[in-house]
Design a protein around this ligand. Structure first.
Ligand code: SF4
Length: 447
């Protein structure tokens, strides 16, 4: 039986990713690949499996217009390879021109895990921020922050909180009656984290992508809903009785004057109603372009009337890595995962003991080949240790054809892991110097 759990605070367990598309309305990412100039290896290799609304971000990226990327890290444990995936995705989007935001979700950790503020600060810096900068996050261009230090974020969360109530949050997250109120507040803080890049202070509304694991989808869906409720207008494509497309603009909370203002800025054939305007005479082939132009006009008027004009945040979803011991990664089983901050020798040792997709005997392996899809060593190689696609392909084929031996494979992977972690830890030392040089960030080092 297939199983799927999408719980942001539980243990991630997805056994059948196709159900994300059928049951949760997530779109397959591979359909977008051809439109991406230089896709990240997570994109090319199907590690980013799905997305919601990424088309808008991609268009902005390709047109060199503004967009943002943001994601958060809960400082309650050590930074492992799963966290590195999110960091890599933030950094890739930053290099592609996105305004990048990285949040240390200390309020969430304090309310959900009971982590002390001091510990949140220590873990936030020593595990997450140093690795993020060491992996290549540009602190000159991007923004790293602790939730608890960000007044603008709290103000935004307070505003967003007006659009969602106790029953709704309880239904989405399955909160029992004894869940603490701070945990609930941490939900709206996360909604605010996701929408913050679109505030005027950061250049105003823009497409924004949130790279996450699929377990975070409830936050994304809720934030998209809230972004929609915060909008003063709704713009929709519709079909008339002859199946010809038209665009409808419905006023929700800006008032009639604002609607008239929009009408005055839009050309074409319009029909005015008490609460909405319909725009006709648009060729089917032109509908998407017209829609975008009208959305921009509506957004501009909304901003003039004090609204936020939010784009609905997009998301990319990556697959979870298997635990090295087989099954899920678990924080109580350190052998099941690799952290970026443990001794490099330890990481190499873990790789050598990892579960493979090899056969019982060398003879059997030669005859019927290994099973790379079940092999955690192959997963490490293709996700983190091999840059060249051609080599990944060769590695995969050689395993399947019985040309590879698990022992040789493990030694190769262990060596690469050692050198990656070793280099990364040297980069982390340099990251401290980078933070020291920046007024905004140097206080992070006071832990
Ligand atoms: S040969 Fe390599 S890739 Fe294949 S199952 Fe063994 S360790 Fe995994």
């Amino acid at each position: 039986m297939v199983e799927i759990e999408i719980d942001p605070w539980g243990v991630a367990d997805v056994k059948d990713y196709t159900r994300l598309f059928t049951d949760f309305g997530i779109s397959p990412f591979k359909q977008l690949l051809d439109g991406i100039e230089k896709p990240h290896l997570y994109m090319r290799r199907g590690i980013i499996v799905g997305h919601r609304g990424y088309e808008e971000v991609l268009r902005a990226m390709n047109e060199r217009s503004k967009f943002a990327v943001m994601s958060g890290f809960m400082p309650s444990g050590r930074i492992h390879l799963g966290g590195k995936m999110v960091m890599d995705e933030i950094i890739w989007h930053q290099r592609m021109g996105g305004d990048a935001f990285a949040c240390i979700a200390d309020m969430e950790s304090h309310s959900v895990r009971g982590t002390s503020w001091k510990k949140c600060k220590e873990i936030g810096l020593n595990e997450y921020i140093l690795s993020l900068v060491a992996l290549g996050f540009d602190v000159e261009k991007g923004h790293i922050y602790f939730q608890s230090e960000n007044k603008k974020l709290s103000d935004l969360a307070f505003e967003l909180g007006k659009e969602v109530n106790f029953s709704e949050i309880s239904a989405i997250y399955g909160f029992p009656g004894d869940v603490n109120i701070s945990h609930m507040i941490s939900v709206v803080m996360q909604n605010a984290d996701i929408l913050q890049p679109q505030l005027l202070e950061y250049g105003g509304p823009k497409p924004a992508v949130i790279p996450v694991g699929v377990d975070q989808d409830p936050h994304i869906r809720l934030t998209r809903d809230i972004a929609s409720r915060m909008r003063m207008f709704r713009v929709e494509k519709r079909l008339d009785k002859d199946q010809k497309p038209y665009i409808s603009i419905r006023e929700k909370k800006a008032g009639r004057k604002a609607l008239d203002e929009i009408a005055s800025r839009i050309g074409g054939t319009k029909k005015m109603y008490a609460m909405h305007i319909d725009v006709f005479g648009i060729e089917a082939s032109e509908i998407d372009r017209n829609m975008r132009e009208i959305e921009e006009i509506v957004r501009a008027v909304e901003m003039e009337y004090g609204g936020y004009g939010f784009f609905f945040p997009a998301a990319t979803y990556h697959r979870f890595m298997q635990g090295l011991t087989g099954g899920k990664m678990s924080s109580s089983v350190p052998e099941s995962y690799i952290t970026l901050t443990e001794p490099p020798e330890e990481t190499a040792r873990k790789v050598k003991q990892a579960k493979t997709g090899g056969r019982a005997t060398a003879e059997e392996q030669r005859k019927i080949g290994g099973s790379p899809a079940q092999c955690t060593v192959y997963e490490l190689m293709m996700s983190h240790l091999i840059e060249e696609d051609a080599y990944v392909k060769e590695f995969f084929e050689d395993c399947k054809n019985g040309k590879r031996k698990c022992k040789t494979c493990k030694s190769e992977a262990a060596e690469l892991m050692f050198s990656f972690i070793n280099n990364h830890q040297e980069e982390r030392e340099r990251a401290k110097e980078v933070l020291k040089e920046h007024e905004v960030y140097k206080h992070f080092l006071d832990v």
